[in-house]
Design a binder for this molecule. Structure first.
Ligand code: NAP
Length: 277
């Protein structure tokens, strides 16, 4: 962190107005009395490289990266962490004092940490995990579940070939289930993850039957608007432990904040309230 200038961080993407990251980082900056700022920046794809290379000269110590730049920014970074390379996208850039741009992806970390904090006895090794969806978020979920020792990861997606591509990429622990038989993959699953946009406000509801799900399963949803999705409400009603998706958003932000501002931030109830607005 520069001692001569007020450190700046932010989030780049387009559109950017909906991003909750400024609220989140703004809360931490105020909480820890850090004289920095976190700024949302609308940057078009054609301007991406020029903008990223110029930001350190303006006093930026790093930025978060969101849609549609998460993949393209990998080619601009001088170094990419192993986990970002595995996931295939970058959500955090660190502008190092030596001038190098470091790209990382903290989505998988946020996902795991949210489950560990939200269901304290959750053990990824205890049995198969079942993942719904095969988009960008599912990639982070899959790689982190494998990394955490899940013995098998079952996956289903409306567009089956996207799930099959992930199977080819992530290897033998992945089993693909047909979308119309998605309920079958819940038999004996110990971790269930919705990594699709189903259940989000304004999107269709999730219709996968939970009949085969045991009460010992932990169910989480990446969707956090609403905070209690129909999937979580249903899982809770049959006795499963549930973890909402807001925590993933909060935990994925922490490593970037720590690197930029030399302060490990705390995820507390007040932060949840601030981010939910
Ligand atoms: P994405 O790359 O656009 O993927 C969307 C996924 O949802 C795909 O698997 C897609 O299936 C599926 N889907 C969309 N509409 C569907 C429908 N009508 N029926 C069945 N499946 C449908 O998006 P993403 O980045 O992976 O994000 C997925 C969700 O996770 C979003 O709701 C996002 O807000 C949330 N998310 C939350 C966090 C967090 O911190 N909590 C982080 C990242 C993402 P097809 O392949 O068939 O299109």
């Amino acid at each position: 962190m520069s001692t001569q200038r007020i450190p700046l961080a932010g989030v780049i993407g387009t559109p950017i107005a909906h991003s909750r990251s400024p609220r989140l980082h703004g809360y931490w900056l105020r909480k820890y009395g850090i004289p920095g700022h976190y700024i949302p920046m609308e940057i078009a794809s054609g301007d991406l490289e020029e903008a990223v290379r110029f930001l350190p000269r303006l006093g930026f110590v790093g930025v978060n990266v969101t849609i549609p730049h998460k993949e393209h920014v990998m080619a601009i970074a001088d170094l990419v962490s192993d986990r970002a390379a595995l996931i295939g996208s970058v959500n955090t850039l660190i502008f190092r004092p030596d001038g190098k741009i470091h790209g990382d992806n903290t989505d998988g970390y946020g996902f795991l940490e949210n489950l560990r904090q939200g269901a304290s006895d959750w053990d990824p090794k205890s049995g198969p995990a079942a993942v719904i969806g095969a988009g960008g978020a599912a990639r982070a979920v899959l790689s982190s579940l494998i990394d955490a020792g899940a013995p098998e990861v079952r996956i289903t997606n409306r567009t089956k070939n996207r799930a099959e591509s992930l199977q080819q990429e992530f290897g033998q622990k992945i089993t693909v289930y047909d979308w119309v038989q998605a309920g079958n993959m819940l038999d004996g699953a110990k971790t269930v993850v919705n990594a699709s946009s189903l259940g989000m406000t304004g999107h269709p509801e999730m219709r996968i039957p939970l009949d085969g799900l045991g009460r010992d399963a932990v169910v989480t949803d990446l969707v956090y608007t609403p905070l209690e999705t129909p999937l979580l409400a249903h899982a809770k009603s049959i006795g499963c432990r549930t973890v909402d998706g807001l925590g993933m958003l909060l935990y994925q932000a922490a490593p970037g904040f720590e690197r930029w501002f030399d302060q490990k931030p705390e995820i507390d109830e007040e932060l949840r309230r601030v981010v939910l607005g």
